[in-house]
Structures are given as structure tokens and as C-alpha cells.
Design a protein around this ligand. Structure first.
Ligand code: LRH
Length: 504
């Protein structure tokens, strides 16, 4: 049957990659063309993304993808233009962060990192006041409160020369798409993470923009995922070797939306954890749940594919482990992941536990030191060895997974039966097993590359080769290797641990 070859650009907080996918009604294959580090840069007190380095990585990856996938041609191509077999390019990344363009379309400064400290409590309180209260903001946006939501970042930038000069706001994937094609747009799933998007009408909320003193004209027209957009700019086509016929495909550009679209679930009532830098844990709903109990429990209503709602909460995720390893490595200490996981498996259980979502763990820095202080503050022994630190992180994440999914189920009247854990965290067998043990439920682990697969599948939709969300998920289930973790051990020990750290 017909297939297409597409490039999926997937930018994560720690690394970016360009993957080549082959997709068709019965085909879903993924190979990595290029992977490159994403290293945030601290300038004074500000934390920025190095967005040009990321763009360079994207171009390098597209060049490799084009070189590895030349169109078959029986005639010798004498025109200097080579044609590539890549039919389209789709881009996804983490949410909420943005670049600003001036009236000439030039980027104004480096985008800030969502872990930048400028969204101070007084900035947040001012926004709540301007929009008529935190409850009203939630009723419109359905967005869980996170200090780095775009609306707060923009409020922190209010009055700055950059924001004053800005004419267009582009979320990170839309900025990369602009550089590749010269076209402006705001992909809808990612727009839903800004705090300037109406969860009910599924459009920008000019009212909220005005309330915080932002010109609504900054917000570009929305684009729905699953469609094809313009061709690449001639210079980009020439530089990368992609052909004049390679199109931009609008995918679910919020990485979590792409990952949830690629959950290999057959039961519509499935629960998921998209586990990478963050653990995004929740269920899928047909419409937003905007009542106060959802707000108070910290649940978000972000837009998914085909109008679905991702009803989930952010759990601090493997950031805790990755940042711990970065801290150790910078001090010349051993940080090999497999060795640390083996030490964690051998360490004593439930010695030290943290609430992963404690705000002290959000900024970059000395996570092991902050874990020690959390333990001091809560009358627990601090982890005494690297293996104990890693065990503390993973057991605490398993408890937070359990807490979040049980709350999601309680608020939506669902019964949890199995849990799909997708993303890079699905490779962490210890975390998958402890999540299964803590919940007393089977965990189906994989695919690790759910986000890139979701990106490729939406491009398949745009080319008319994949019918709908159910077909996407069925294709993942049929083609990708998955691992099943049955719950084991005594769930009572997890119940007691959960009570100790307030995650009941
Ligand atoms: C995961 C993610 C998540 C957002 C965070 C900023 O990569 O997109 O859904 O909350 O990054």
C-alpha cells in the first residue's frame, strides 16, 4: 500500500532530534537521522534557550535526512537540483516558550527557558488580579497553574523594550516553522498551553491578552494539526537538499499532544503517563473539565488531536534524575545511568521520600542538596549514597504517578485498569515496575519515541494515509515493541509510603 517518507523534528529540553518516518495505512517506521544536545545558557540571572543552535541542529538533521533519502530516479538528473524523497517536515517541542518577532520579522532576543526565575509570585498575583481572579482564569483556559505558563512570562516582560517592539509571538515549533517556510501560524495544541487560549471555544482569548496589556494582534492565526502548509523557503530547500515539493506538515506541535496521540491504547478510557523530562499523567476527555475541583487538584485541559482534551497534571519527572546526574558529572562524580540504576535497585526501600512537585525542585542546580534539605525539613534520613538518592527519586516519582492518576480517575469517574507509560522514561524499567507496584496495576511501557511517532502519524494524516486517532493508536500497537510490567510486592508498603509524603 502507499507510504510516505517524512521528517519529524522533535525538540526536547535536553536534546533535539530529526527522525525519518515511513508511514502508511499499515506502515510505521522510525529511524534517527540526527540527535543534538540542547544546552540552555545562563546570562546573568536569565536562563535562555540557544534557539539558533537548535535551528542549526534542525538544518543539520534535515540535510542528513535528505541525503539518506534521495528520490529514486531512472533518468540521470542533470539539473543541479537533487530531489529528496522526504514529502514533508513536522515540528514539535516542549510547550509554553516563545520568541518575539519585530515588524521586519526578525527575532527579538533569545527565547527564555521556562525554568527562568522571572515569573515571580508578584507577577503571577498581578495577572490574577488583571484577569478577575485565579478561578476566572481557569474557567476560561482550563490550564493548570504553572508559574511558567506563557501568560505569566509575558506579564513578567511587560514594559520591556522587546515586548514593546514585538509584532508577532511564536511558540518554539512555530518559530522553527517560520524560519523554514516564512509563514506565520500558531499550532492549536501548543497554543492551548499558553494561558491565552479559551479551552471551550478553542480559539485565542483576545480578552485575556488585553487584560494583561498584550496586543491580541501578536497572536498569529491558529493552525489545526493534520494539514499541509507551505513549501520550504528556496534557501532552506537548497541548503538542506530537500526538494521544492517538500511541504511543512502541521502536526500536534506540543510534544505531549503528539505523545498522547501515539499511546498504543485500544480502550478509550486508558490512563497514560508521558514520561521524559516531565511526567504528564492523566486521561483523555472529549471536552474540558473546568470545575473548581479540577483547578484545585491542579489538572490541566490541554488540547489534543481531533478536539480531544488532555486532562493531566505535570509531575516533575525524570528532570530530577537527569539534573542530579548533570550536577554530579560537573563535579567529576560518577553519573553513568545504568550503574546508578543498579545501585538504586540494591538500595534500601522507602528510606527517603520527596514530593517531586515541591517548587524547590524546579530551577536547575543542586537537586541532591535540595533532596537532603527536603528530608531534613520532613524529619527523614537524607539519602546517604548515590544509589539511595536515585532510589529516593524513582520511588517518589512512582508515588506521584499513582497519586496523580488516582486523582484523575476520581475526578472523571473512570476506573483505572492499565496504565500506558510512553516516552524516554519507558526505558527505565525500575520506574515502570515501581509505578505498576505503587498503583497495583499493569503498566504497558513504550514506545519510547511516542512523540516522534505521533509527529510522523499526524503527517500520515495530512497525506491522507491514516484515517483517525484510533487508526493512529492501532498502528502504534501493531508495529512498536511494548513491555508489560505486572504489579508485584505488597501494595500496603506503598500506601504507607504515600501517607508519609502526603501523596495519598
Ligand atoms: C513536556 C512539556 C510539558 C510542558 C513542559 C513545559 O516536554 O511540553 O507538556 O508542561 O514541557
Amino acid at each position: 500500500s502507499a507510504t510516505r517518507t517524512v521528517a519529524a523534528v522533535d525538540l526536547g529540553a535536553a536534546s533535539g532530534r530529526v527522525m525519518v518516518g515511513r508511514v502508511g495505512p499499515d506502515t510505521l517506521e522510525l529511524t534517527e537521522a540526527h540527535r543534538f544536545p540542547n544546552r540552555p545558557v545562563q546570562v546573568g540571572t536569565a536562563l535562555h534557550w540557544d534557539v539558533l543552535a537548535l535551528y542549526q541542529g534542525v538544518l543539520d538533521g534535515l540535510r542528513r535526512a535528505a541525503a539518506e533519502h534521495r528520490a529514486d530516479s531512472s533518468v540521470i538528473d542533470t539539473s543541479a537540483v537533487h530531489s529528496s524523497a522526504i514529502d514533508s517536515v513536522g515540528i514539535d517541542s516542549w510547550a509554553v516558550d516563545y520568541g518575539l518577532l519585530d515588524a521586519d520579522g526578525a527575532l527579538l532576543g533569545n527565547p527564555h527557558h521556562y525554568r527562568d526565575p522571572r515569573t515571580a509570585p508578584e507577577v503571577i498575583e498581578r495577572v490574577w488580579h488583571q484577569v478577575g481572579g485565579v478561578e476566572a482564569l481557569y474557567r476560561t483556559t482550563g490550564l493548570q497553574h504553572l508559574p511558567f505558563n506563557t501568560v505569566f512570562q509575558l506579564a513578567a516582560a511587560q514594559g520591556s523594550a522587546q515586548l514593546t517592539a514585538a509584532r508577532t509571538l511564536l511558540l518554539i515549533p512555530d518559530l522553527i516553522a517560520y524560519w523554514l517556510t516564512g509563514t506565520l501560524g500558531a499550532e492549536a495544541t501548543n497554543a492551548s498551553t499558553t494561558g491565552l487560549f479559551d479551552a471551550t471555544t478553542r480559539t485565542w482569548s483576545p480578552r485575556l491578552a488585553k487584560a494583561i496589556g498584550l496586543d491580541p494582534a501578536l497572536l498569529p492565526p491558529l493552525r489545526a494539526p493534520g494539514t499541509l502548509a507551505g513549501p520550504l523557503l528556496p534557501e532552506v530547500a537548497a541548503d538542506t537538499g530537500l526538494g521544492p515539493n517538500t511541504r511543512l506538515a502541521i502536526v500536534a506541535s506540543h510534544d505531549t499532544a503528539s505523545a498522547v496521540a501515539a499511546v498504543p491504547a485500544t480502550d478509550p478510557e486508558f490512563a497514560y503517563i508521558s514520561c521524559g523530562t516531565w511526567s504528564l499523567a492523566g486521561v483523555e476527555l472529549p471536552a474540558p473539565a473546568l470545575a473548581e475541583d479540577s483547578r484545585l487538584a491542579g489538572f490541566t485541559n490541554e488540547l489534543g488531536v481531533d478536539g480531544t482534551v488532555r486532562y493531566l497534571r505535570n509531575v516533575m519527572g525524570l528532570w530530577l534524575l537527569d539534573e542530579t546526574r548533570r550536577h554530579w558529572q560537573a563535579r567529576g562524580l560518577p553519573a553513568d545511568l545504568d550503574a546508578l540504576l543498579a545501585q538504586a535497585a540494591a538500595a534500601d526501600p522507602f528510606t527517603s521520600l520527596i514530593d517531586p512537585n515541591d517548587p524547590r525542585f524546579l530551577p536547575p542546580g543542586d537537586i541532591p542538596g535540595r533532596i537532603r534539605r527536603f528530608c531534613d525539613d520532613t524529619g527523614q534520613p537524607a539519602p546517604a549514597t548515590p544509589g539511595a538518592v536515585v532510589r529516593c527519586i524513582l520511588e517518589s516519582l512512582a508515588l506521584a504517578h499513582r497519586h496523580t492518576l488516582r486523582q484523575a480517575a476520581a475526578r472523571t469517574g473512570r476506573t483505572l485498569t492499565t496504565v500506558h507509560l510512553v516516552g524516554g522514561g519507558s526505558n527505565n524499567a525500575l520506574l515502570c515496575q515501581w509505578t505498576a507496584d505503587a498503583l497495583g496495576l499493569p503498566v504497558i511501557a513504550g514506545p519510547a519515541e511516542a512523540t516522534a511517532l505521533g509527529n510522523v502519524l499526524m503527517q500520515g494524516r495530512a497525506h491522507g494515509l491514516v484515517a483517525d486517532l484510533a487508526a493512529m493508536r492501532g498502528l502504534v500497537a501493531r508495529t512498536q515493541p511494548l513491555r508489560r510490567h505486572e504489579p508485584s510486592g505488597d501494595i500496603g508498603t506503598w500506601d504507607r509510603a504515600a501517607r508519609r509524603v502526603g501523596l495519598t
